[in-house]
Unconditional design. Structure first.
Length: 375
């Protein structure tokens, strides 16, 4: 059994500028630099640089947010030609309006847009830059014009707080690659919910869930694929003290069977579930060393079960185990300037699947630096 080792290095520098005028409008501009790199023991390599730009405005009950980034991504597999892709990714635009003190519940009306400023219609050889999201951060470089209206309700009473939201994402047509033209991804209906209860003055419990129903993807007006329903269920426990706080969260993700194109017969539901159930546990803690300095840590464990296909099937996907750890420090450098430094590491076991026909092991490292200024 061959094992594979990867290394991830990340450097992020972020600047945030905010100001308020006499009309009580708040402005914020954020930009930064991020570099990520990984390498395996069989000399597979990949890297990504991205520079995000975030502009936000809040005025009374209204908020406005624009987010995009410039990326440069390179894939350098062992024994094969390397490929790279550079450019601006799609731009996200968010508008929201908050209604409070008028009804028994608070209401948030939102409208999200995906503006197709990124790259699509990729050549087949360029698709190799869409790497595993455990190796690089940005794996989607461009799609169509999307519109996502959202409606949320929130309520607080006694020791309780609860909220529910619903959204419907219309996804526009675009050319996925030179061989997949006129790709029309299915629309997505999503429902989210959360309930919070203050157990004691220093303890808080929470339950949360998310459900998504996927429409049918089409290529050149022909049914192509339909993702199975998505369900996330989780719970958490928070503890607060004067000089430290901690949080523990447990999440489970379940996916239903998908439908695939089968000749002229249209879509057919797969015989067995191609996705295994996912289980995620994370523990975070912050220690307030002083008014200027905060230490933080995060430990996360991910387990994905093997899917329902037999180990001899070409559709078999084995289980994945990943553990990651972050240590960091946040320091107030000046009245309007905060610095953040984080060190991250992970270890992952990935059994054979559609993409590699052997069990692989990854190791990774990342370091993060942020500068946040508020004016």
């Amino acid at each position: 059994m061959e094992k594979r080792y990867g290394f991830l290095i990340s450097l992020i520098i972020t600047f945030t500028f905010g100001c308020s005028n006499s009309l009580a409008a708040d402005y914020q501009i954020q930009t930064g630099f991020n570099y990520e790199w990984w390498e395996s023991n069989n000399n597979d390599k990949g890297s990504q640089i991205y520079l995000p730009v975030r502009v936000g405005v809040e005025y009374q009950k209204f908020s406005f947010l624009v987010l995009t980034a410039f990326t440069s991504t390179e894939s350098d597999p062992s024994g094969a030609r390397n490929h790279s892709l550079s450019g601006v990714i799609d731009t996200k635009l968010n508008l929201s309006y908050l209604i409070t003190d008028k009804l028994p519940v608070d209401i948030i009306l939102g409208m999200d847009f995906n503006l197709p400023t990124g790259k699509d219609d990729l050549k087949e050889r360029k698709l190799s830059v869409m790497m595993d999201p455990d190796l690089i951060s940005i794996v989607n470089f461009g799609e169509g014009f999307n519109v996502n209206p959202t409606f949320s309700l929130a309520k607080e009473w006694e020791n309780w707080a609860a909220g529910i939201g619903i959204g419907y994402l219309w996804r526009g047509e675009y050319d996925y690659s030179t061989t997949i033209q006129d790709y029309d991804p299915g629309n997505i209906l999503s429902i989210t919910g959360e309930a919070i209860y203050d157990l004691l003055p220093n303890w808080r419990a929470k339950l949360f869930c998310e459900y998504a129903d996927y429409g049918t993807d089409e290529v050149d007006n022909t049914h192509y694929y339909q993702e199975g329903d998505f369900l996330l269920i989780g719970m958490g426990l928070d503890h607060y003290r004067t000089d430290w706080d901690a949080s523990l969260n447990l999440k489970s993700i379940f996916r239903n069977k998908s439908k695939f194109q089968e000749g002229a017969q249209g879509l057919k539901t797969e015989d067995k579930n191609s996705y295994g159930d996912e289980w995620i546990a994370d523990f975070s803690c912050r220690y307030y060393l002083s008014e200027e300095t905060t230490l933080n840590t995060l430990i996360q464990f991910l387990w994905i079960d093997e899917n329902d296909f037999s180990s001899g099937s070409p559709l078999f996907i084995g289980n994945r185990e990943k553990i990651s750890c972050r240590l960091g420090i946040t320091r107030l450098l000046a009245p309007n300037l905060t610095g953040v430094f984080n060190i991250n590491g992970f270890y992952m076991d990935d059994e054979r699947n559609w993409y590699h026909d052997e069990d692989l092991t990854y190791k990774g490292f990342s370091a993060q630096i942020k500068l946040i200024g508020r004016f």
